[in-house]
Design a protein around this ligand. Structure first.
Ligand SMILES: CC(C)(COP(=O)(O)OP(=O)(O)OC[C@H]1O[C@@H](n2cnc3c(N)ncnc32)[C@H](O)[C@@H]1OP(=O)(O)O)[C@@H](O)C(=O)NCCC(=O)NCCS
Length: 438
């Protein structure tokens, strides 16, 4: 049965004969990497999952089809018809065999169905902090992400930071006309629609743990004293002698009262598990951090730096970390987060400019060809290919449906332009895309 359709695309129910294809998609490396679920799914588990979702009142799952052919999946979970909230996820499984606009339809239809057909008031999603593309696209649709209070989830043996995003019906109703105009969708082109009539409720997000930074308070004196004298913290500091209590006491209260210093404690639910300190003035801030020994090598070192970046609200702040040459763990963290590395005599220095985007917004009209190509390469396509203004878009594997929406989103948010989908899909080279931003 078709539940919702727009153009050639539809949501239809999942049937038993779809199961082998769905399992293949769920376990493919591309989809697995973006899912919060953790392990390779066995046929048995897959079958149990299907049986569970088939009768579950809080879940709705669809095959996403194009001209009747299954090309992806759309799932709504935690559906609560009383509170009118739901969460959900989706993906394109047939990456090689689907039209360029499939992802665009999937994004739009997911939200449109939830608000205008299911009658939801609030749509919630969880996205990996590292999935910058999804965060940008969802923000374009109108989702608001809380990047101060994150969540962490175990993924491939490590803790990974997840941001929770919310889109309200009120926001969508004001946003959908603009989005539909850019994507050139006919908002009346939605028949036939079948509204699922299941009832039920309750949010289930037990696999997610709250993780956030809070400012240090006087009561943190002792825990910071314990952490500062932990042997590997001393060994990795530039002054490696043990720190006496008197010295620590004086230092801590001085820093707490210094406007050019900020100490934050990393909280996992109610437990302090690490600290990060920013020091400096104006546009350059030194960053130093540590994680409680019990929690190391689980991904928290990476998360604490991801979260500190979200605490910086000013534009063009350079974060600087200095790491001893034998401190491979900290080097790995900075590298993973794309800091630029520079080898000095006695250490590595890592630098990253945060909040650069707003500068680009201001200068969008003057974005030159080289800046434009860099933005396309690093942000939109995330490719190693060498790009020139004459490069043919059709030759690039990464120039896919989501990259097209991402370009439209970037044109809108960075350059303030409402670029039309067919103008983007009609572009042959980067020069054609560049012309659309002018
Ligand atoms: C540096 C520190 C904060 C990292 O915290 P963490 O929670 O272990 O960090 P993560 O788990 O996010 O990542 C650590 C990375 O280092 C790698 N690593 C850790 N110890 C390692 C070792 N002994 N050899 C090789 N790699 C190591 C991990 O494998 C991981 O990289 P990967 O995810 O690519 O595999 C933590 O080790 C610490 O508190 N050290 C003492 C204080 C310190 O050195 N602070 C930094 C001063 S600049």
């Amino acid at each position: 049965m078709i539940y919702f359709s727009m153009g050639a695309y539809a949501f239809r129910e999942i049937r038993e004969d779809d199961l082998p294809l769905l399992l293949e998609w769920r376990n493919s490396p591309f989809i697995h990497a973006k899912m919060l679920t953790n392990h390779k799914i066995t046929w048995e588990e897959h079958l149990n999952w299907f049986r569970r979702i088939s009768g579950a009142p809080t879940r709705l799952h669809f095959m996403f089809t194009c001209n009747g052919q299954p090309i992806g999946y759309k799932g709504y979970s935690d559906v609560d018809f009383e509170a009118r909230t739901c969460s959900g996820g989706s993906y394109i499984g047939e990456l090689d065999n689907c039209p360029k606009d499939a992802g665009i339809y999937l994004f739009f239809m997911s939200v449109e169905y939830a608000f205008t057909k299911l009658g939801m008031e609030r749509f919630e999603i969880d996205v990996f902090a590292s999935n910058k593309k999804a965060l940008r696209l969802d923000s374009f649709m109108g989702y608001e992400f809380d990047k101060i209070n994150g969540y962490c989830v175990t993924k491939d043996g490590k803790q990974k930071l997840v941001y929770h995003g919310v889109l309200t019906k009120e926001k969508w109703m004001t946003r959908r006309v603009d989005v539909a105009e850019m994507l050139q969708f006919d908002l009346d082109d939605g028949a036939p629609n079948v509204i699922a009539s299941t009832m039920g409720g309750g949010r289930r997000r037990q696999h997610l743990k709250k993780i956030f930074l809070r400012r240090a308070v006087p009561e943190d004196l002792m825990i910071l004293y314990r952490w500062v004298n932990e042997p590997s913290v001393r060994a990795n500091s530039f002054h490696s002698e043990p720190v006496s209590f008197e010295e620590h006491h004086g230092w801590f209260f001085e820093k707490l009262n210094d406007p050019n210093e900020a100490i934050y404690i990393l909280m996992l639910e109610d437990n302090p598990i690490g600290q990060v300190r920013l020091s400096g003035r104006q546009e350059r801030l030194m960053v130093s951090y540590s994680i409680d020994v019990k929690h190391r090598r689980q991904g928290f070192g990476t998360i604490i730096l991801q979260l500190i970046e979200e605490r910086i609200f000013d534009e063009d702040i350079t974060l600087i970390g200095r790491v001893k040459k034998n401190n491979v763990a900290s080097q790995a963290v900075f590298r993973r987060l794309d800091y630029v590395e520079c080898e000095l005599d006695d250490c590595f220095e890592y630098r990253k400019v945060v909040n650069r985007r707003s500068k680009i917004i201001l200068e969008a009209d003057n974005m030159n060809e080289q800046e434009f190509l860099t933005k396309m390469k690093e942000d939109i396509l995330d490719t190693e290919d060498k790009l020139t203004m004459g490069t043919a878009l059709d030759e690039l594997e990464d120039w896919d449906s989501l990259a097209i929406v991402d370009f439209i989103a970037m044109a809108n948010s960075v350059c303030g332009k409402k670029v039309k989908r067919t103008d983007v899909t009609g572009a042959k080279t980067f020069a054609d895309l560049y012309a659309l931003l002018k």
